[in-house]
Write a protein that binds this ligand. Structure first.
Ligand SMILES: [Fe+2]
Ligand SMILES: [Fe+2]
Length: 178
């Protein structure tokens, strides 16, 4: 088994991102009884999506994994990478629109956008887990995987490992009230 495995690292991040589904489900209709609490919770989720899902995770894919695949002579499916990068751009726009809905106090709309965003994000994650990562795992040698792993680690370190841990813990504890 690969010790410094970038695919494992990225899949663990996917698990953390996917676990926000439960939190979002529990927020349904909360705006009717407690709009302030709803707004606060969604704002915390927005921070998580911007910083963890996008900065920590999508940038590892865009800056490390995807370029490494593109450079691999046996990788023949560049169109899948274009598609996944387009998704990342779309996700950035979706998060901005959820944020605008919250600022405008359009609670029901914000919730609809949040559900739609998560739905597309989970589909995206499934494509990566079930297709792209399987290809990456089979194409790269042990040494190449290790090099990619350390490049991913560099991104975590640049952005701040303590901050990353605090984002994960926030999701784990669902502690948005504090
Ligand atoms: Fe992705
Ligand atoms: Fe991903």
């Amino acid at each position: 088994m690969q010790t410094n495995d970038p695919i494992h690292l990225l899949m663990k991040e996917h698990e953390t991102i996917s676990s926000t589904v439960e939190i979002v489900r529990e927020l349904e209709f909360v705006w009717q009884s407690n709009p302030d609490e709803y707004a606060k919770s969604v704002k915390s989720l927005i921070t998580f999506f911007k910083d963890y899902s996008d900065k920590f995770h999508h940038h590892k894919e865009e800056d490390v994994l995807f370029p490494a695949l593109k450079a691999h002579p046996l990788f023949s499916q560049k169109e899948i990478l274009d598609e996944l990068e387009e998704h990342h751009e779309m996700f950035r726009d979706s998060v901005k629109s959820i944020e605008r809905n919250i600022e405008d106090k359009k609670w029901a709309e914000s919730y609809e956008s949040l559900l739609d965003y998560l739905d597309k994000l989970l589909d995206h994650i499934a494509i990566e887990d079930d297709e792209l990562f399987v290809i990456a795992d089979s194409l790269f040698s042990k040494d190449e995987l290790e090099r990619i792993y350390f490049q991913c680690q560099d991104i975590d370190q640049e952005l701040g490992l303590d901050y990353k841990t605090s984002l994960v813990n926030q999701i784990k504890s669902k502690n948005y009230a504090s």
